[in-house]
Design a protein. Structure first.
Length: 389
């Protein structure tokens, strides 16, 4: 098929941009004629306190060669013109990042469909929804997402819960596909169980080195991890990532308490992909103390580098971590439960046992299933999509 994938890519940073880029590569590898249609300006600076682009022009993964960047959030004419250029595509996949982009994307769909009858009668528009409901609430955010979902022929989400939310918001042709891996820095050698077994065993007096990786946002619960570590001597925590707004300030305050002096390292700022493997190699456990979430590849990232994972049951983590085998699971928003898990990880033999349980990682098979789900979405639906407005 001739496919247009509309979404963020290099030089924009973050998991969604990396996933969009890898998706374009995988669609092309499956034999489709793919154009990655991206943004010259993604959204207003006030919505993203950090730098939107990767510093120094570095790359999280190889850019997709057939990439164009006609879209700007501040140029409505670019929305309409872009839609018109995609009228001869068989499949248009639209990656929705935040609700503020929805007016632009709805205008693109409206323009696209204006010429559909005379160009591609069987053309499909599929929304790739990373989050049906935004992590942080915005005025009108759910309304805009509802309009976007209803305008599509099909919607792809990454969990059964997200599928339920999508249908509740009026989506048609909803399909579920697990989020496939796009590992920053690539797959280590050895990886998975072999990487875990190769790690040196910690000594009885060695600290437990815990890593929390990613942009500091309240829903990720990094402050809860520090509150838990405060209760457990011998636990050293690294929080690596941009520190946003109130959530960043909360983490800085929590790290400054006397009980955590010399036990917390804050690494503020964007972590380039080539630096991620070394950061993971310097730690014993990857922590995902999320208050709530949707889907994430971070469990697979930890396992690929031989790390057991301490996670809450938020989002898909309960399905990604086998409690007591390759990591530990605790309830969300519960610092006491996190502290108990840290004590368990400090107990003799626990870390070694969990390392032996780390699974091998297959980065290819998930993408084959994902591409099949994405290209098949919207072929049948329970009702006609709502016209884009």
């Amino acid at each position: 098929m001739r496919v247009a994938l509309v979404g963020p890519t290099h030089p924009y940073k973050g998991g969604v941009a990396a996933h969009t880029t890898q998706t374009a590569h995988e669609l092309a590898a499956a034999g489709h004629d793919v154009t990655l249609v991206s943004w010259a300006r993604l959204y207003p600076d006030r919505l993203y306190p950090g730098e939107q682009a990767i510093p120094d022009g570095g790359e999280d993964l190889p850019p997709f060669p057939k990439t164009v960047r006609p879209l700007r959030w501040d140029r409505p004419l670019s929305w309409w013109r872009t839609g018109a250029t995609l009228r001869d595509c068989d499949l248009v996949v639209i990656v929705v990042v935040v609700p503020v982009q929805v007016p632009a994307l709805l205008a693109l769909v409206r323009s696209l469909r204006r010429g559909r009858a005379r160009s591609r009668p069987g053309q499909r528009v599929v929304v790739l929804a990373h989050n049906v409901v935004p992590h942080e609430t915005h005025p009108g955010g759910e309304y805009l997402m509802t309009r976007m979902l209803r305008a599509a022929d099909g919607v792809l989400v990454h969990s059964a819960r997200q599928a339920e939310l999508a249908r509740d918001h009026g989506a048609h042709g909803v399909v579920v596909a697990e989020l496939p891996p796009h590992l920053p820095g690539g797959l280590p050698v050895p990886s998975g169980r072999a990487a875990a077994v190769a790690r040196p065993a910690p000594g009885p007096d060695d600290p437990l080195r815990v890593l929390a990786l990613g942009i500091v946002r309240r829903y990720k619960g990094f402050d809860l991890l520090l509150a838990a570590a405060r209760q457990v001597p011998g636990v050293h925590v690294t929080i690596a990532g941009e520190q946003w707004g109130d959530a960043g300030e909360e983490v800085r305050r929590a790290a400054a308490v006397p009980e955590l002096r010399d036990r917390v390292r804050l690494v503020p700022g964007y972590i380039p992909a080539p630096e991620v493997p070394a950061l993971l190699a310097a730690h014993d456990v990857l922590a995902l103390p999320y208050r709530h979430g949707t889907a994430s590849q971070n469990v697979l990232l930890g396992h690929a580098h031989g790390l057991p994972v301490l996670a809450t049951t938020a989002g898909t983590f309960a399905a990604d971590v086998t409690d007591g085998v390759d990591g530990l699971l605790v309830p969300p928003d519960d610092a006491a439960a996190l502290a108990a898990a840290l004590r368990e990880l400090r107990a003799p033999g626990t870390l070694e046992r969990l390392r032996r349980g780390v699974p091998d990682v297959d980065v290819r098979a998930p993408w084959r299933g994902y591409v099949a789900a994405l290209t098949g979405a919207g072929r049948t639906r329970d009702a006609s999509p709502e016209p884009a407005a």
